[in-house]
Design a binder for this molecule. Structure first.
Ligand code: IPM
Ligand code: MG
Length: 376
């Protein structure tokens, strides 16, 4: 029975991953580096258009550091849909090696080839990069001051349904099975990251989101371990919710501003953060950080918008999300003042530039021009 062997193999792989998590090192200290290399990946679809604007803004903000070689903006080519299809690889090896030579990455959206379009059925590049670079924390802030909303989502980024998403089993023509993975090390590190953030920001409330009533082994473990980690933070108020009611809570104006920090397993985090971004004004408005101990990758939370390209309106793509990601990246590498500057300019641009995603609104370039002029 082929699938029993397959099952043994994936269990062995996951046990090996558990050991790697145990042996992983402390966080990169950017203040100790002579030079920080920022890899820039344009991506597909609207990616090159919004990344072009992000590069203009970063070149301006970091001009002194770039000219004194303290920072390098390094183009990483080859993570295009065409090259990935040609090499039949989700992240071709030479591209992955080039990525590993950088400290942090700013990444545009990458298209996952669709099986339906008769393209190779390769894994999403995002999922591969998150796994290969062990980027375990997906941090997604959503902030709407006028509605008193200040949310930060800590989505586990390497486990859950995603760990073996491309390694399910077709038992026979009648049955297919996918798997969900929760590990102790993988859960504790995301919980710790969330609680540390809550503590550093005035002991914000922390809410754990699972479906532990149904997914008893995996979400049950996730929930128990989050409460175990919570014991180290006695001044933080913690509660837990099932993901279905949390989806409702976020649109419940009576209670939603009580929530601050969320800890979620991978798939629920994926879904809930799109909902939250939509409440903020659309998935084009939210930034996303993928943080590991060694590497970190910052990206827009939206996809490559192939429909905008097909309709020839790609130049009207909103670069807010990738600029928000750039802001998070600057903060991550210790450039807090520059991050604040970018955030202020970005808020002004969002208030003053009408982005509709089509010819009735502003172009990405006009939006970035405004951001550049507002950097003071
Ligand atoms: C996200 C995206 C990705 C995910 C896709 C592109 C694989 O939706 O970053 O939220 O599912 O994680
Ligand atoms: Mg998503």
């Amino acid at each position: 029975m082929e699938y029993i062997k397959h099952l043994e193999k994936i269990i062995e792989e996951q046990l090996a991953r558990v050991e790697r998590i145990k042996n992983s090192h402390g966080f990169t200290d950017f203040t100790n580096l002579d030079k920080i290399v920022i890899g820039i990946i344009d991506g597909d679809g609207i990616g090159p258009i919004i990344l072009k604007e992000a590069k203009r803004v970063l070149n301006e903000l970091l001009k002194d550091e770039i000219s004194s070689c303290k920072i390098e903006l390094r183009a990483i080519d080859g993570l295009t849909l065409e090259n990935r299809i040609a090499k039949n690889a989700t992240v071709p090896e030479d591209v992955l090696n080039a990525i590993k030579e950088c400290h942090v990455l700013l990444k545009g959206p990458t298209t996952t080839p669709s099986k339906a379009a008769n393209l190779p059925n390769i894994e999403s590049a995002n999922v591969t990069l998150r796994r290969e670079l062990d980027l375990f924390a997906n941090v997604r802030p959503v902030c709407i001051p006028e509605k008193n909303i200040d949310w930060v989502f800590y989505r586990e980024n390497t486990e859950g349904e995603y760990a073996l998403g491309s390694k399910g089993i077709e038992i026979n023509e009648e049955i297919s099975m996918d798997f969900k993975v929760t590990t102790t090390g993988g859960t504790k590190r995301i919980a710790k990251a969330a609680f540390e953030y809550a503590k550093a920001n005035g002991n914000k409330n922390v809410s754990i989101v699972t479906k532990a009533n149904i997914m008893k082994k995996t979400d049950g473990k996730f929930l128990d371990l989050c409460y175990q980690v919570a014991k180290d933070y006695p001044n933080i108020h913690v509660d837990d919710w099932y993901v279905d009611i949390m989806a409702a809570n976020l649109v419940n104006e009576q209670i939603r501003s009580n929530f601050n920090v969320f800890i979620l397993p991978n798939l629920y985090g994926d879904i809930i953060t799109d909902e939250a971004a939509q409440i903020q004004g659309g998935v084009g408005t939210a930034g996303s950080a993928n943080v590991g101990a060694q590497y970190a990758m910052f990206e827009a939370i939206h996809g490559s918008a192939p429909r905008m390209v097909a309709d020839d309106i790609a130049e009207y793509a909103n670069p807010s999300s990738i600029l928000k990601a750039a802001e998070m990246m600057l903060r991550h590498i210790g450039y807090t003042e520059k991050a604040d500057k970018l955030l202020a300019a970005l808020n002004l641009a969002q208030a003053n530039k009408h982005m509709t995603g089509d010819a009735s609104g502003e172009t990405a370039a006009a939006f970035a021009d405004y951001v550049l002029s507002a950097l003071v």
